[in-house]
Design a protein around this ligand. Structure first.
Ligand SMILES: C[S@@+](CC[C@H](N)C(=O)[O-])C[C@H]1O[C@@H](n2cnc3c(N)ncnc32)[C@H](O)[C@@H]1O
Length: 289
C-alpha cells in the first residue's frame, strides 16, 4: 500500500489532469494541497457515501482496515461522511441506511475548486462557515496567516475535533462554535467568506461583514435541479453581485434545511430564463434585475 504522501501526490495529479481541474493558475493551492495532510483531519471511523448491495452506507475504520481508509481519504471525487443526524447516529454503530448526512469532509477535487474560486491573497482576512473536520481551515491557514482565519462550526463536537486537529499541527485559526449564518462580527470585516455548507438564501450577515470588493463563495440551492457554487463580489454596503460558477452538491446549513418556494427566495420565474447556444455550448441565463 502506498503511503499518505504518495497518495496525496497522486490525488493532486488526478485533480490537475481534470479538464475543469482548478490548480490552474494557483501554484499556492497545489503547494498547500501537497503540504496539508488531509488524513490528519479525517476521523478514524467514517461512512462511505455510497450504499452497498444491502442498502447500507459502509464504514471505513482506520484501525481495522487502514489501507482502504487511507485510499478513501485520497479519492479525489468522494466525500467521507463524518456525522449523520447531527450526531444521533454514531460511526461506531457501524453501517447504516440513514442518509441524513450532516457533516462530511468534502471531496478533495471540490475543496480545490472552491479554493480556486475564492483565491485568497496573503493579507486577506478570511471567514469560513462550516469547519467540519478543519481540513479546509488548514488549507486557508496555509495560504494566509492562520490568525487571519476564523472558522465557524455549529456542532460543538465537530468544532472541538477540528480545533484539536489544527492545534496538533501547530496551526491556530480561530475556531468558533456557533451559527455561521450570523458570521462572526467580532473579527469583521473579512476580505473572503467561504461557506462549505449550502444555503437557499445568502445570510445578510455575510454581506454586512465583507469589505468592498471582497468575495463570498457559497454553494447555493437553485431551481436548476442541483446546487451551484455562487461567487459574489461585495460592495461593502451590504450588497453584492456575482454569478454561479459551477454545479456542486452540499448539505444545507441547519436553519436552511427545509425547502422553500424559489419565488419566495427571490428567484425569477421559469419563463424569465433565456437559453443561448453558441459554439455548441448551451447556456441558461437569468435576467439581471
Ligand atoms: C461539508 S461540511 C464542511 C467541511 C469542512 N469545511 C471540512 O474541511 O471538513 C459542512 C459543515 O457545516 C456545518 N454547519 C451546518 N450549518 C451550520 C451553521 N449554521 N453554522 C456553522 N456550521 C454549520 C455542519 O455541521 C458541517 O460540519
Amino acid at each position: 500500500m502506498m503511503d499518505a504522501a504518495t497518495l496525496r501526490a497522486r490525488c493532486a495529479a488526478k485533480i490537475a489532469a481534470r479538464k475543469v481541474g482548478h490548480f490552474q493558475d494557483r501554484p499556492w493551492l497545489y503547494e498547500a494541497f501537497l503540504t496539508v495532510p488531509r488524513e490528519h483531519f479525517v476521523p478514524d471511523v467514517v461512512w462511505w457515501p455510497v450504499q452497498d448491495d444491502t442498502g447500507l452506507f459502509p464504514v471505513l475504520d482506520r484501525t481495522a482496515a487502514p489501507d482502504p481508509w487511507l485510499k478513501a481519504v485520497y479519492d479525489p471525487r468522494t466525500p467521507l461522511i463524518t456525522q449523520i443526524a447531527d450526531g444521533a447516529v454514531r460511526p461506531e454503530d457501524g453501517p447504516t441506511d440513514r442518509a441524513d448526512f450532516t457533516s462530511s469532509i468534502s471531496c478533495a477535487a471540490v475543496v480545490v475548486d472552491m479554493l480556486h474560486h475564492l483565491d485568497p491573497q496573503e493579507p486577506d482576512r478570511v471567514l469560513e462557515i462550516g469547519t467540519g473536520t478543519g481540513y479546509s481551515a488548514a488549507l486557508l491557514s496555509h495560504r494566509v496567516r492562520a490568525d487571519q482565519v476564523v472558522t465557524v462550526e455549529i456542532s460543538p463536537e465537530l468544532a472541538d475535533h477540528a480545533d484539536r486537529k489544527l492545534h496538533d499541527m501547530g496551526v491556530r485559526p480561530l475556531v468558533v462554535t456557533g451559527d455561521g449564518e450570523q458570521g462572526w462580527a467580532a473579527r469583521a470585516p473579512y476580505d473572503r467568506v467561504l461557506s462549505t455548507v449550502a444555503v437557499r438564501r445568502v445570510p445578510q450577515a455575510w454581506l454586512d461583514q465583507t469589505t468592498a470588493g471582497g468575495t463570498i463563495l457559497t454553494p447555493l440551492d437553485t431551481p436548476f435541479g442541483h446546487e451551484a457554487l455562487l461567487r459574489l463580489v461585495t460592495d461593502g454596503k451590504g450588497g453584492a453581485e456575482g454569478n454561479l460558477v459551477t454545479g456542486v452538491s452540499f448539505m444545507k446549513t441547519r436553519a436552511q434545511r427545509p425547502p422553500r418556494p424559489y419565488a419566495e427566495l427571490g428567484w425569477p420565474t421559469w419563463t424569465e430564463y433565456r437559453v443561448t447556444v453558441r459554439d455548441g455550448t448551451q447556456r441558461i441565463w437569468a435576467p439581471r434585475e
